[in-house]
Design a protein. Structure first.
Length: 187
C-alpha cells in the first residue's frame, strides 16, 4: 500500500505470467479488454477500431514467442490481481539490426491512469532491454499524446525525428514522433 492507502501495482514479466495458471488463463481476455477499451476511448495504440479478441490473442502469441526466443520482453501490471496495463518490446528482425529493439506498446487502463503504472511498466521494459544487450531502444508516439511524450522523455528517451501530419484519424491529422534511448551512450 502507498501512503494514501492505494494498492501498489505488481509488475510481472512473461515468465511470471506463465507460472501462475489463473493469471495465464485470463491474460489474453484481460489484455483484450484493456486494449479495446483504450482504443474505443481514442487511444493511439495502432488500431482505429477496437481490436478483436482474436487479434489480441494472435498479437500476444507473437510477443510471447519472441520473449521465449530472447527477442522481446513483455510486462503486465496488476492491481489486486486485475490487469490494468501491459507493454512489450521486440527486437528488430533484420540481422543487421539485432542489437536494437522497438518499444511497441505500453497501455494502461484509463481507470488506472495517474497511478504510476505507465512509468513502472516502461521502466521495467527499459531495464529488460538493457539486460538483453539492446543498444538502442526506439518507440513512436502520436504527437498529441503529450503525457506519453513527457513520460518517455523523463525516462531518458530523446526525440530523433517527426513526420508531420502522418497519422490520420478521420479528419484529424497528428505528427508521428520517433524517440530513442541509446544505452551505448549511458555505459
Amino acid at each position: 500500500m502507498t501512503s494514501n492507502g492505494a494498492a501498489e501495482p505488481v509488475i510481472l514479466e512473461a515468465g511470471e505470467l506463465s507460472s501462475d495458471p489463473v493469471l495465464q488463463a485470463r491474460f489474453a481476455e484481460s489484455a483484450h479488454r484493456v486494449l479495446a477499451d483504450l482504443v474505443r476511448g481514442g487511444a493511439a495504440l495502432g488500431w482505429v477500431e477496437p481490436p478483436s479478441r482474436h487479434e489480441v490473442a494472435e498479437l500476444l502469441g507473437h510477443v510471447i514467442s519472441a520473449v521465449r526466443a530472447g527477442d522481446g520482453a513483455l510486462r503486465a501490471a496488476y492491481l489486486d490481481r486485475r490487469l490494468v496495463g501491459l507493454g512489450y518490446w521486440l527486437r528488430y528482425a533484420r540481422p543487421t539490426h539485432r542489437p536494437h529493439a522497438d518499444l511497441e506498446k505500453v497501455a494502461v487502463d484509463a481507470a488506472a491512469h495517474g497511478r504510476g503504472i505507465g512509468r513502472a511498466l516502461t521502466a521495467a521494459l527499459i531495464a529488460d532491454a538493457r539486460r538483453a544487450g539492446i543498444e538502442v531502444l526506439t518507440l513512436d508516439v502520436r504527437g498529441d499524446n503529450s503525457s506519453a511524450l513527457h513520460l518517455y522523455q523523463s525516462l531518458g528517451f530523446t526525440e530523433y525525428g517527426r513526420l508531420p501530419d502522418f497519422v490520420a484519424v478521420g479528419e484529424h491529422r497528428f505528427d508521428k514522433v520517433f524517440c530513442m534511448v541509446d544505452f551505448r551512450r549511458q555505459d
